[in-house]
Design a protein around this ligand. Structure first.
Ligand code: HEM
Ligand code: HEM
Length: 170
């Protein structure tokens, strides 16, 4: 992702990197669509089990993605990009990983506590609070990320086309 000693061509991401990127867009959208609306819904044991398994798979894939991206890929930002823009991209990319990890980990914790009978009180409320803050943070970061991608599409510096398969630059 952000390494300069990339083993890949600087001109683009690998097929695996693109599959992980767009696959996660789909998995995350599904997670949002399936979201728990009230904590009482977790009384449904099948739903609770499904949510926890989903979050565990999500977290595992996220870790695999993180290690794959940081070890084998590098950002397609041109060398000449301003230092603060490179830093902003890093903060947003890492922030997305952190918020996604926090959503899944806090979700798993909610599920475990709930199944152990901790259904109300300060501890579970604090973890649900963390879960919701992480969701909100991820929305802001993704919005910034997509705006930045569109900005780069107009700059025509190759960043957009390195990851996005449509509306390619010339
Ligand atoms: C759920 C939505 C999304 C998430 C979580 C996400 C996350 C990320 C992350 C973490 C990276 C850094 C590379 C990596 O570690 O995989 C990245 C790269 C990129 N994403 Fe997204 N992305 C999302 C949606 C989009 C959308 C909708 C677009 C464009 C319309 C987009 C365009 C790009 C581009 C152009 C790059 C390459 C940036 C570079 O080379 O530095 N992403 N994305
Ligand atoms: C990657 C997996 C998950 C995603 C993407 C996700 C997503 C969401 C979203 C979008 C919300 C609404 C936040 C808001 O309105 O501010 C939410 C709330 C919540 N989620 Fe998750 N969640 C995940 C895993 C889990 C798990 C495993 C559990 C527990 C078994 C869980 C339990 C809850 C609870 C209790 C709420 C709060 C409901 C309320 O407002 O009372 N989530 N989640």
């Amino acid at each position: 992702m952000e390494q300069s000693n990339s083993v890949n061509k600087p001109s683009g991401y690998s097929f695996i990197a693109k599959t992980l990127h767009w696959g996660f867009v789909a998995i995350f959208a599904y997670g949002i669509y399936k979201q728990v609306d009230t904590i009482e819904q977790l009384e449904d044991a099948a739903l609770l089990r499904f949510e926890v398994i989903f979050a565990a798979v999500f977290l595992t894939l996220l870790l695999l993605r993180f290690f794959y991206m940081t070890r084998t890929q590098s950002s397609s930002l041109p060398e000449s990009t301003a230092w603060w823009q490179k830093l902003a991209a890093k903060v947003v990319h890492y922030g997305i990983y952190v918020s996604f990890g926090s959503i899944a980990a806090s979700g798993i914790l909610i599920g475990v506590l709930y199944s152990l009978g901790v259904k109300a009180g300060f501890v579970i409320e604090a973890i649900v609070g963390l879960h919701e803050i992480s969701v909100t943070l991820s929305y802001y970061l993704i919005a910034l990320h997509v705006l930045a991608a569109i900005y780069h599409r107009f700059l025509k510096d190759g960043v957009w086309s390195a990851m996005v398969p449509v509306w390619k630059e010339d």
